[in-house]
Design a binder for this molecule. Structure first.
Ligand code: ATP
Length: 260
């Protein structure tokens, strides 16, 4: 469903070049939840943002459902992006618009008639359990509720793919769990393929069917979470299998990895 073929991204900062992503290939099957983990600066967000060409690759090809995005005109790309939802760590909601208007915004861009827009906004807010907050503004919501509005907005155009950039990093463990449950539900009920960047091992462990470990702009390991654990080769991969409740246990004594 999502294919990166030898994609790379090189930035120039001042006189220096940064290879944020070295030539990388990755295939994510339809219906899978692919995690990308790694330390800060490993290139995770850059790789994710190349999936919908928010970042234009320096080289290589990106395919979504067989369509090469890197070969499209601006208009064609705008159209193709409707089938790719995205959510961010800091929600990226329009603060001066209501929750309903935030969701409706993307439907207006897709030129959906008014009556259908209203119906779809209601449906999407219903899916994330926020129908009663439709007329409220983002500032009146908790972090978890804001992220749920962002999920509703990402779902509005019935995407095939959902890109998630650190979607729970600003949230407490209990709220994190509820957001993960929504993402799981969306994957299961609507067969949306999810690519998720996180530095939270527990999140990857809880949600993902496969996890790629990134280091210095390259994927160093791809782990299949459904298989019995063969000792992963990288320290981060080992951490993924070995960790027992690190992180959340300290901040929320009632929750540990086994609860996920
Ligand atoms: N617009 C940019 N211009 C220059 N360098 C950039 C730009 N965006 C990212 N980089 C550099 O590319 C590398 C990878 O960044 P990226 O944000 O993809 O890493 P990351 O793994 O997502 O990190 P984090 O977990 O901290 O978000 C870093 O060295 C970063 O400084």
């Amino acid at each position: 469903m999502i294919t990166f073929k030898e994609v790379s991204k090189r930035y120039k900062t001042g006189r220096q070049w940064v290879d944020a992503v070295k030539p990388t290939s990755l295939h994510i099957e339809k219906g899978h939840i692919q995690g990308i983990i790694g330390f800060s600066g490993a290139g995770k967000s850059t790789l994710l943002r190349m999936a919908n060409l928010l970042e234009q690759p320096t080289a290589g090809e990106v395919y979504i459902d067989g369509q090469e995005l890197t070969g499209l005109s601006t208009g064609e790309l705008r159209e193709a992006r409707r089938s790719i939802g995205m959510i961010f760590q800091h929600y990226n909601l329009l603060s001066n618009e209501t929750c309903a208007a935030n969701v409706e915004f993307v439907l207006k861009a897709a030129k959906l008639p008014s009556r259908e827009r209203k119906k779809r906004v209601e449906e999407c807010l219903e899916i994330v359990g926020l129908a009663e907050k439709a007329r409220q503004y983002p500032a009146q919501l908790s972090g978890g509720q804001k992220q749920r509005v962002a999920i509703a907005r990402a779902l509005a155009n019935n995407p095939k793919v959902l890109l998630c950039d650190e979607p729970t990093s600003a949230l407490d463990p209990v709220t994190t769990l509820s957001i993960l449950e929504f993402l799981e539900k969306i994957n299961r009920e609507f067969q949306v393929t999810i690519m998720l960047v996180t530095h939270e091992i527990q999140v990857a462990k809880r949600l993902c069917s496969r996890v790629a470990v990134m280091e210095n702009g390259a994927i160093t390991e791809q782990l299949d979470m459904s298989l019995p654990a063969v000792k992963p080769a990288t320290p981060l991969g080992q951490f993924l299998f070995d960790t027992e409740g690190e992180g959340f246990r300290g901040s929320h004594p009632g929750l540990k990895i086994g609860d996920y």
